[in-house]
Ligand binder design. Structure first.
Ligand SMILES: NC(=O)c1ccc[n+]([C@@H]2O[C@H](COP(=O)([O-])OP(=O)(O)OC[C@H]3O[C@@H](n4cnc5c(N)ncnc54)[C@H](O)[C@@H]3O)[C@@H](O)[C@H]2O)c1
Length: 285
């Protein structure tokens, strides 16, 4: 069923060289779409495209992209369309999540998180919406996060950007209602990628929230075929978020303290996070 709806579609994925973006590219290819992967790490984007192209019949290209640069984003979409055809789906996936206390965070990193996680999503959504308006159809999937509905110490700016993405996505969805352009937010819990390495979660919470990139990828494809406003991964998180939001603040704090959830990111394992933080430092140069 999904294959019938996805086959032949042209899909652009930001931050697609690794992690959730790469798995999403693979899932769209498996359903017969053609895919353009854009990433700041262009070498890895090209390598990933070659790797994914090994699947029989797969058509996938790796392109340079910096989502913080409007011209780069427009070039990415232009190049994807000139090589693959008119765009049908944009997945705004690129994002970063350094951990640590807000007061210790360098101003440049705060700005960078806003530029990538929020401004990049706004830029991509506007560029794609204008293209989709010309043909009267298209889908934008914004990868938000559970952190777009909850609030955790140690990732304050990240939470701020993801809350903004959730609100923006819903508002744009309403604005585009009836236009043929669908806008969806996908909210993963913790996903096993470098970005979340070292999160210090108690075992039960890990079981409740942690998934693989492939689980998110399947949900992104579902977001396109079912046109839902918001989807969590795992799906059971929707009920958890609802229940938590009904609790009074004191109960939520008490729950977080007892379960040690309030230290998951502020006390993350720094040795396990070193590789990721080192990559972010390299990207910023
Ligand atoms: N991993 C998790 O636990 C988790 C949970 C919820 C939401 N998310 C979200 O999912 C998305 C993907 O995360 P991931 O875990 O796959 O991360 P990742 O670090 O594995 O991959 C992110 C990719 O984005 C690219 N990127 C970074 N800055 C960019 C820029 N300016 N322009 C273009 N590309 C850029 C990176 O080079 C990298 O290849 C992010 O938006 C993240 O916030 C992740």
């Amino acid at each position: 069923m999904a294959r019938q709806q996805i086959a032949g579609k042209v899909v652009a994925i930001t931050g697609g060289a690794r992690g959730i973006g790469k798995a999403t590219a693979e899932e769209f290819l498996a359903n017969g779409a053609t895919v353009a992967i854009g990433d700041l790490d262009v070498e890895l984007a090209e390598k990933t495209a070659v790797e994914l192209a090994a699947r029989p019949g797969a058509r996938v290209i790796g392109l340079p992209l910096d989502v913080t640069d409007r011209a780069s984003f427009a070039n990415f979409l232009d190049e994807a369309e000139s090589q693959l055809g008119g765009l049908d789906v944009l997945v705004n996936n690129a994002g970063i999540m350094p951990t640590g206390l807000f007061t210790d965070e360098a101003d440049a990193m705060t700005d960078r998180m806003i530029d990538i996680n929020l401004r990049g999503v706004l830029t991509g959504s506007k560029l794609a919406c204008r293209r989709f308006a010309r043909k009267g159809s298209g889908t934008i999937v914004n990868i938000a996060s559970l952190a777009g509905m909850t609030a955790e110490a140690g990732i304050a700016t990240y939470c701020g950007t993801k809350h903004a993405v959730v609100g923006f996505t819903e508002a744009l969805r309403r604005e585009q209602h009836g236009s043929g352009v669908n806008v969806t937010a996908v909210l993963p819990g913790i996903v096993r990628t470098e970005l979340s390495a070292g999160a210090n979660l108690p075992g039960w919470a890990e079981n409740l929230t942690t998934v693989d990139p492939e689980d998110v990828a399947r949900t992104v494809v579902t977001a396109v075929t079912r046109n839902k406003g918001r989807l969590t991964v795992p799906a059971s998180l929707t009920a958890t978020i609802k229940i938590m939001s009904l609790l009074p603040e004191r109960a939520r704090y008490g729950f977080a303290r007892v379960t040690k959830l309030d230290h998951a990111f502020s006390d993350a394992d720094l040795a396990q996070r070193a590789k990721y933080h080192h990559r972010l430092a390299g990207d910023a140069k």
